[in-house]
Design a protein around this ligand. Structure first.
Ligand code: FAD
Length: 525
C-alpha cells in the first residue's frame, strides 16, 4: 500500500523480541482476516533482558488467549508481589513497593493519611508503611497465593501479582503460540526499507538474500535500532538524559538460592542500582549505571561481587538512551517496544508499555485505511504514557537523602519536570495525592509507598484532625495485625510454584482441593 487509503489486510512485524512476538500473538488472536508476518534475524538476536512485569501483564495474557499456567511452566516464571528498594532513602534503609491496595480506608481517609497523622500525633505508634500492604507483608515473608475472591473482607481478596519470567523463553513461547495461529515467521536480516517515492509510506523490506516482504501496515519491533520508524520514515528521538542519567547496564544470571523470593530487589550502587529477579531455574541480575560516574570494569566488579551464587555467564553489556520517539506512529509504521522509547527497568514498565502499544493499535486499527486523527490519538496517548512513567522513575532518584556521592548528589539536587514538582508540593503540604487522570499507570498507592518509603517529609492531611488520635492508632494497629496474620498463613512461594500444574487441562485433571480449584480459576481470569 503506497497511500494508506485502503483497508489493512497484511501486517508485517519487523523484529522478534518480546515486543514483536507479543504483538504477533494478539493480532493473530483477534484480527482473523489480517495476514500477519514476522521477520527476525537470529544473527542479530534480541536484547534478551526484560524479565519482571507488573500486574497488568495478566490482562495481556488474557487478551492474547494465553494459558497462564502453561506460560509459567514454559518460561520458568515465578510470582511477583512488588519491588524491594534497598538503600534508596538512605544507606541501611529498605521498603517494599507492593502491588495493589494498602490496607483499608477510614471514611474518606486513605491509609497513608492515617499513617502520617498517627506518626505526627503519636510518635512511635506506627510501623513501617509496607506493613499495611498485604503484598508487602507477604513478600517480606516469601509467601504467595492467588487472591481469594470468596473472602471479600480478607486482605487476600485484593492481592495483586505479576510474573518474573525468562525473557528468551517468553519470546519463544509466544512464537510457538503465534505460529500455531497462523503467523508466518521469516528468518533474515533486513538490509533495506522500501518506500513509496511520493508518500513515503513503507512498501516493503529487503532481506540480505534479496527476498522482499511487503505489507500494508508495518510494526517496528526492531528494538533500539528503530529500522523503520527512525531510519526509514525519519522520526527523531527525544533524550531524557538530564533526568535519567543511567545509560548502560550489565546483565548476568547466577544460580538459584533458597528461599524463592516473590519480588524484585533493586539495590542502590555508587553510580546507579542493581536488580535481582528470581526465576525458577536461576536469578537474573544486572547493574544499571551511568558511564559518567563509573567505568565498565568497576561496574562489572561491583555486580559480580554481589551475586547470591556463582555467575552462569559473563556479564553482558547493554547501552541505552533514555527517552521517547517523537511519534510512535508515522505513516504506515507503528513503533512498539524499544523502537518507541526507553525507560530504565526500575519499575518494570517496558513490557507494560509494549502491552499498551498493542492495546492502542487494536483500538485504533486502520481497518478501512489510515486516518490522521487515529494516528494523532495514538501518538498523544503513547507520549502521555511515557512521560507518566518517566516522572515516577525520576522520583525514585530524586527523593533520596544519600549524599557525598557524585551520582546521588546530582540526582538529589537536579531540577525535575514541573509535572513532578507539582505532585511533590501537594503531598508535602497536606499528604494529599491524586492521580491526574485514569490513564496514569501508577496509582496513589504506588506513589505514596515510594515517597514515604524513601523518607519524603509530608505533613499530615489537616482533615485527619477530625478523627481522634486513639481511633486512628487503633485502626492502623488492627490493620497491620490482620495483614500480618493473613500473610503468615499463605503458602511458601517456592512450594506454591512447585505444586502448580503445567497447563489448564492438567489443572482440570488434577484439581485436588477446593482452594486449589479456586486459585487456578483465578489464573485464568
Ligand atoms: P529486541 O529484543 O532488541 O528485539 C529486536 C528484534 O529486531 C530482534 O528480533 C532482532 O533480531 C530484530 N532485528 C533488528 N534489526 C534487524 C534487522 N536488520 N533485520 C531483521 N531483524 C532485525 N522491561 C520490563 O518490562 N521489565 C524488565 O525487568 C526489564 N529489564 C530490562 C533491563 C535492561 C538492562 C534493559 C536494557 C531493558 C529492560 N527491559 C525490561 C525492557 C525490555 O527488555 C524490552 O522492552 C523488551 O525486551 C522488548 O524489546 P524489543 O522486542 O523492543 O527489542
Amino acid at each position: 500500500m503506497a497511500s494508506g487509503d485502503q483497508p489493512v489486510r497484511k501486517v508485517t512485524i519487523v523484529g522478534g523480541g518480546t515486543a514483536g512476538w507479543m504483538t504477533a500473538a494478539v493480532l493473530s488472536q483477534w484480527l482473523s482476516q489480517v495476514e500477519v508476518t514476522l521477520v527476525e534475524s537470529e544473527e542479530i538476536g534480541t536484547i534478551g533482558v526484560g524479565e519482571a512485569t507488573i500486574p497488568h501483564i495478566r490482562n495481556y495474557l488474557a487478551l492474547a488467549g494465553i494459558d497462564a499456567l502453561k506460560m509459567i511452566s514454559e518460561t520458568k516464571a515465578t510470582f511477583k508481589l512488588g519491588i524491594q528498594f534497598v538503600d534508596w532513602g538512605a544507606p541501611g534503609e529498605s521498603y517494599i513497593h507492593g502491588f495493589g491496595k494498602i490496607g483499608r480506608d477510614m471514611l474518606w481517609l486513605h491509609p497513608h493519611q492515617l499513617w502520617l497523622a498517627a506518626r505526627e500525633r503519636a510518635p512511635g505508634s506506627v510501623k513501617p508503611f509496607d506493613h499495611y500492604s498485604i503484598a508487602g507483608a507477604a513478600a517480606l515473608r516469601n509467601r504467595f497465593a492467588f487472591p481469594d475472591k470468596r473472602n471479600p473482607n480478607s486482605p487476600i481478596a485484593d492481592l495483586e501479582y505479576a510474573y518474573h519470567f525468562d525473557a528468551s523463553l517468553f519470546a519463544r513461547f509466544l512464537r510457538a503460540e503465534s505460529e500455531a495461529r497462523g503467523v508466518t515467521r521469516v528468518e533474515g536480516r533486513i538490509v533495506e526499507t522500501l518506500q513509496d517515492s511520493e508518500t513515503g509510506f513503507v512498501t516493503g523490506v529487503r532481506l540480505q538474500d534479496g527476498r522482499e516482504l511487503d505489507g500494508d501496515l508495518f510494526v517496528d519491533c526492531s528494538g533500539m535500532r528503530a529500522l523503520l520508524i527512525g531510519d526509514a520514515v525519519g522520526v527523531g528521538y527525544e533524550h531524557w538524559n538530564k533526568w535519567l542519567i543511567c545509560d548502560r547496564a550489565l546483565a548476568v544470571p547466577c544460580g538459584s538460592v533458597s528461599p524463592l523470593t516473590p519480588y524484585v530487589r533493586c539495590t542502590t550502587r555508587s553510580a546507579g542500582w542493581q536488580w535481582r529477579i528470581p526465576l525458577q531455574h536461576r536469578i537474573g541480575n544486572g547493574y544499571v549505571y551511568s558511564s559518567n560516574f563509573v567505568s565498565d570494569d568497576e561496574a562489572a566488579a561491583t555486580l559480580l561481587s554481589s551475586l547470591d551464587a556463582a555467575p552462569l555467564a559473563d556479564p553482558r553489556p547493554v547501552r541505552f538512551a533514555p527517552g521517547v520517539r517523537g511519534k510512535a506512529w508515522e505513516k504506515n509504521v507503528v513503533a512498539i517496544g524499544l523502537s518507541s522509547g526507553f525507560l530504565e527497568p526500575l519499575e518494570s514498565t517496558s513490557i507494560h508499555l509494549i502491552q499498551t502499544g498493542i492495546h492502542k493499535l487494536l483500538a485504533l486499527f486502520p481497518a478501512t485505511g489510515f486516518s490522521q486523527p487515529d494516528i494523532n490519538e495514538y501518538n498523544r496517548q503513547a507520549r502521555f504514557e511515557f512521560e507518566d512513567v518517566r516522572d515516577f522513575i525520576i522520583a525514585h532518584y530524586n527523593v533520596t537523602r544519600r549524599s557525598g556521592e557524585p551520582f546521588w548528589d546530582y540526582v538529589r539536587t537536579m531540577d525535575v519536570p514541573d509535572t513532578l514538582s507539582e505532585r511533590y508540593e501537594l503531598f508535602r503540604s497536606s499528604g494529599r495525592f491524586f492521580k491526574h487522570g485514569a490513564a496514569e499507570l501508577f496509582a496513589e498507592e504506588s506513589w505514596v509507598q515510594v515517597l514515604l518509603g524513601q523518607g519524603f517529609e509530608a505533613t499530615a492531611d489537616p482533615v485527619a484532625q477530625f478523627v481522634p488520635t486513639e481511633e486512628i492508632v487503633g485502626f492502623l494497629d488492627d490493620m497491620a495485625e490482620i495483614i500480618a496474620d493473613v500473610a503468615e498463613s499463605l503458602p511458601d512461594h517456592g512450594d506454591f510454584i512447585s505444586r502448580l500444574p503445567s497447563s489448564t487441562s492438567k489443572a482440570q485433571d488434577a484439581v485436588a482441593t477446593s482452594t486449589l480449584m479456586h486459585n487456578l480459576a483465578e489464573v485464568h481470569r
